[in-house]
Design a protein around this ligand. Structure first.
Ligand SMILES: [Zn+2]
Length: 266
């Protein structure tokens, strides 16, 4: 464990040096050039196989089809629309959702049940998809494990690390904790993708409010908020962005399938 943390720190220094010359503004848009997209997708598929051993994935075809349809619709609005994305439903009462590298997005049944409408679910999915598009997870892992280790992992040279990453993800560990800037980006771009996909971006704000209310104000007992601090500022920022957007008419707040799908989420 000792050497693990030490190498992580050194890697962070190396990464900082590497990134010093290529600062980006706004969304990353896949120009994070340390681990190739191909390597990221390999790593993601290996990690997803490990995650599948550690959580209980829903086999409900109707539920999975709905979540996949919603996810692909949002992904189609992003810079990574041409890459294969996979959406997973986890049978877990904890209100949570997460993204791992390589276009894998996980939504817990507890979150699906807590969402008040299709657009609220779309809000959290758009947020997680944006983490993937911005490659926040890959960036985080590069810092944690070091660049050469991560590249080796993607090439299948270090299955132990893959299992470790999966365990960390399932436990809601460091991979899920991004910077405030990354979270803001996931909210901002997530809402733009929602609008492009035809969903009312107010769904994201409503979801924050719904969950805040359910948790008695502070997000306590809701894993999603231990990694996503739910501050009034965050809600206000999202609302202000929506107010500035020129929203087209006919955006979806809810759809006719949502209630039936929600009832299947257990
Ligand atoms: Zn987030």
């Amino acid at each position: 464990m000792q050497s693990f943390y030490t190498s992580g720190r050194l890697a962070a220094v190396a990464l900082a040096l590497l990134l010093a010359g290529c600062a980006t503004s706004g969304i990353n848009r896949g120009d994070f050039n340390v681990v190739s997209l191909e390597e990221e997708w390999q790593l993601g598929n290996q990690t997803a196989a490990e995650v599948a051993k550690q959580v209980r994935l829903s086999r409900d075809a109707t539920l999975n089809a709905y979540v996949n349809r919603m996810g692909q619709r949002i992904v189609a609005q992003t810079e990574m629309a041409n890459l294969p994305w996979t959406f997973h439903v986890v049978e877990d009462d904890a209100i949570n959702a997460f993204n791992i590298p390589g276009g894998h997005v996980y939504v817990n049944t507890g979150l699906i049940r807590a969402a008040g409408s299709a657009s609220e679910l779309a809000g959290v999915m758009a947020h997680e998809i944006t983490h993937g598009v911005s490659r926040h997870g890959t960036e985080q892992l590069s810092k944690q494990y070091g660049l050469s280790t991560l590249a080796g992992v993607a090439l299948g040279q270090d299955p132990g690390v893959v299992a470790q990453i999966a365990t960390q993800v399932v436990a809601g560990g460091a991979l899920a904790k991004f910077s405030r800037g990354a979270e803001r980006e996931a909210d901002q771009y997530g809402m733009r993708y929602m609008v492009g996909a035809g969903y009312n971006p107010n769904g994201m704000v409503r979801l924050f409010e719904t969950l805040k209310r359910e948790s008695g104000g502070g997000g306590r007992g809701i894993p999603f908020f231990s990694t996503h601090p739910l501050t009034d500022e965050r809600i206000r920022n999202a609302q202000q962005q929506i107010n500035r957007m020129n929203l087209p008419s006919g955006l979806i707040t809810n759809d006719s399938d949502f209630a039936a799908v929600q009832a299947r989420a257990r």
